[in-house]
Design a protein around this ligand. Structure first.
Ligand SMILES: Cc1ncc(COP(=O)(O)O)c(C=O)c1O
Length: 377
């Protein structure tokens, strides 16, 4: 502050700014909190696999949120974060870079608050997600490659005088990682009455990296002995970055598993809270998705397959060492979104993805406990 500024007289009380804008944010926060209050906690399902005698498997079913994926939590948090930081106001045009799921959830919240919403997504995004965004009144803007979404979203937001929600940067900080019923707190609360209430491992994939950041931080904050394994997919920068410590790693081929695997190391990916990473072939992720869907009698999405394959890998390693305990992972979204892709034999063939060997291996494993690794982790 300059000397002159210090001497300026205070404005008379009548000229102090009013806070009319707060009326809108008060109403908006009430609506977002109402959505939270109406939502029950998601189930922590415990499927029984007779081959895995000493290991109990738990899957947090995030597909049951009103917008069908784990991104419902993130979207609510990003809206609250934007409003509480004064970035989202009445009439603000919201723009997001997404592979689809987050945009579906954000379109829903934008609709609740009567705000214009534009989703910037790759052309490859599933038709069901595009339909859902449009049904909530959102607009879809397509780009050729996932690496383009960031700059295009930023540009569109600037042109509209709006706000770029930027999940890839803000996911890790918009979520209250110490608690406030975040996904980690919910999992550990739901585990409390189990035989092994502290899981040996939580297994989670990475898109923004935000969910794994929340879980990893919570584990440390609560002094739990649980470890966090992050599973990455074939075309993604995360695993190589974790292994080398280089945050500048990039990957030029787009991920085939929607929602996970990124062309760059996202700001919300926090390697310091991760105890182990496994890179999983896409055919193994999709095979695991099919196997789990069969056993649950309903379809799960591809990123859930990545999680389930990683979970089986860790279970096999524990069984080899004669260890017992519990393992937790997530059902990230519903598989009906991928009827035209991962559940379509023609799509698999066109993409030269042969899931049969992985499928047989996984079925044998969960039925008998015999694990024959098809690839190196
Ligand atoms: C279907 C699906 N699974 C998993 C993830 C990964 O979650 P996170 O962004 O918290 O890393 C995403 C992220 O968009 C997703 O859409």
């Amino acid at each position: 502050m300059t000397e002159n500024a210090k001497c300026l007289p205070s404005p008379p009380l009548s000229e102090l700014p009013a806070c009319e804008d707060r009326e809108w944010s008060r109403m908006a926060i009430g609506i977002l909190q109402g959505d939270g209050r109406r939502s029950a906690d998601t189930h922590l399902v415990k499927p029984v696999f007779k081959g895995l005698r000493s290991i109990s498997i738990y899957l947090k079913d995030e597909s049951t949120h009103p917008t069908g994926s784990l991104k419902h939590r993130l979207a609510r948090s990003l809206f609250l974060y934007g409003i509480c930081n004064g970035k989202i106001r009445q009439g603000t045009t919201l723009v997001e870079a997404s592979s689809g799921s987050t945009a579906v959830s954000e379109a829903y919240f934008a609709h609740l608050l009567d705000l214009p919403f534009i989703a910037v997504m790759p052309h490859s995004t599933s038709r069901q997600k595009v339909d859902a965004i449009e049904r909530f009144g959102g607009r879809c803007h397509f780009v050729d490659s996932p690496a383009e979404v960031y700059t295009v979203a930023e540009r569109l937001a600037a042109e509209a005088g709006g706000h770029y929600l930027d999940q890839f940067t803000f996911a890790e900080r918009a979520t209250d990682w110490r608690g406030n019923n975040n996904i980690a707190e919910s999992i550990f609360e739901q585990m409390k009455a189990e035989v092994h209430p502290e899981p040996e491992w939580v297994v989670m994939n990475a898109g923004t990296g935000g969910t794994s950041a929340t879980i990893g931080r919570y584990i440390r904050y609560r002094n739990l002995s649980t470890r966090l394994c992050v599973v990455d997919v074939e075309h993604s920068a995360f695993y190589a970055s974790y292994a080398s410590g280089d945050r500048n790693v990039t990957c030029s081929t787009p991920s085939r598993i929607e929602g996970v695997g990124r062309p760059r190391v996202e700001p919300s990916f926090i390697p310091g809270v991760i105890d182990h990473m496994i890179k999983i072939p896409d055919a193994a992720s999709i095979a695991a998705m099919h196997v789990l869907s069969d056993r649950l009698f309903r379809r799960v999405g591809g990123s859930t397959g990545t999680n389930f394959y990683g979970l089986c890998w860790i279970a096999a390693s524990m069984m080899r060492k004669g260890r017992e305990g519990s393992l937790v992972s997530l059902i990230c979204d519903n598989g009906d979104r991928y009827a035209a892709t991962y559940y379509n034999p023609d799509w698999l063939e066109n993409n030269r993805i042969d899931i049969r060997p992985h499928r047989e291996m996984l079925e044998t494993f969960i039925d008998t406990g015999e694990f024959r690794a098809i690839h190196a982790a």
